[in-house]
Write a protein that binds this ligand. Sequence first.
Ligand SMILES: NC(=O)c1ccc[n+]([C@@H]2O[C@H](COP(=O)([O-])OP(=O)(O)OC[C@H]3O[C@@H](n4cnc5c(N)ncnc54)[C@H](O)[C@@H]3O)[C@@H](O)[C@H]2O)c1
Ligand SMILES: O=C(O)C(=O)C[C@@H](O)[C@H](O)[C@H](O)COP(=O)(O)O
Ligand SMILES: [Zn+2]
Length: 371
Amino acid sequence: MAHSSIEVSISFEDQYEVHVGQDIRRIFPSFCSNRYSREKIIVVIDEKVHRLHGEKVQAVCDEYFQDSLWLSVPEGERSKSLGQWQSLIDRILGDGVERGTPLLAVGGGVSGDLAGFVAASTLRGIPLIHMPTTLLAMVDSSIGGKTGLNHDTGKNLIGAFYQPDAVFADTAFLQTLEQKEWITGMAEVLKYAAIRSPELFDQVAGLSRGALEPGEEWAQIISESIRIKTDIVEEDTLEAGKRAFLNFGHTFGHALEKVAGYGSLSHGEAVFAGMIAATYFSQHLGHPVDDIRFAPFLPLYKQQIQSMPTDIEALIEAMKTDKKVKDNTLQLVLLKDWGSPYIHPCTDFSMLREAWQYTLAQFNVNIIRYK
Ligand SMILES: NC(=O)c1ccc[n+]([C@@H]2O[C@H](COP(=O)([O-])OP(=O)(O)OC[C@H]3O[C@@H](n4cnc5c(N)ncnc54)[C@H](O)[C@@H]3O)[C@@H](O)[C@H]2O)c1
Ligand SMILES: O=C(O)C(=O)C[C@@H](O)[C@H](O)[C@H](O)COP(=O)(O)O
Ligand SMILES: [Zn+2]
């Protein structure tokens, strides 16, 4: 794959580059030599990625840094917790850290969101670099500075906006990604299709019929997705307006993740179901969108979903912890048309129940509580 570097300009002072391509990690040492002292780097890494790719990451760290503190994070959504945050902070402060010591976050969205918040909160902020290793983390979570932990009351309720100094999305890591993780990451690509670039639906549908593995066509989709995300976060870094469109399907999806129990459903599975619900809602408000667009992908998600919550009232309660809630009113991201998202203050709970009922039925779930 050809290498590319996409600049993210958060403001005049705050700019960073997302470097994407096969073996792009190799430029990491020269990037560091222009920015940081060579004394030490902190590496926060997903433990499975450590086993699979630790040597590659170690090699590029050792090329510049004299010392490294390696901290492995157990794989899975449950690691986005205050407990994991505390144990990383204890190790980092115990080992000794200065304001200029960089932290490299290696892994998927879980270790990235956790490590990002650790970097944001250590000494009020130490330099952060993302090295995403899942499709989802490359196209979405490593870009734009959202960091976060889950809480029993809701998803990502603890966190900060904290931008990295750079992102190194090395597609070589994707060689070992399991199919179910491709499917998870694909949901965020389909989100970009829905809110910005409907032609991506057909492009991804074509690829998802075959094996999901890195290649030139996926590389192009990854770069396009990164461009869409950077465009949006550049215009609205702190989610005062249009950044909320990146939350399409998420008010529903986060409720599914919480009610199922964090980690029972992957983020991408939940967002996929959430996008069906949001599309149904949009259509029933008279907008010319139809969830038939998601139909080619449904079997992939149906196959991997093990358990889907069935209690619609619990799901609606969970939606109320969404961070976009304003004046006690849910703010749903809906579609006026494909590629045209907008915010809809939702007061119609019977339509919400209907949207959930329709969506759960797509996954053959027996609903147990429905007013
Ligand atoms: N900050 C943001 O803007 C943002 C955006 C989207 C999603 N998220 C968050 O991201 C998380 C989901 O991220 P995810 O889907 O990457 O999950 P994840 O980090 O749990 O990774 C998924 C699985 O893939 C494994 N893995 C990672 N890299 C691998 C590789 N190269 N080869 C083989 N296995 C590998 C991990 O060990 C894990 O088991 C959720 O918590 C979600 O809320 C955040
Ligand atoms: O970057 C954003 O903004 C997003 O909303 C991207 C989402 O895919 C991501 O899941 C994000 O973490 C959700 O944000 P939240 O603010 O609803 O927790
Ligand atoms: Zn998401």
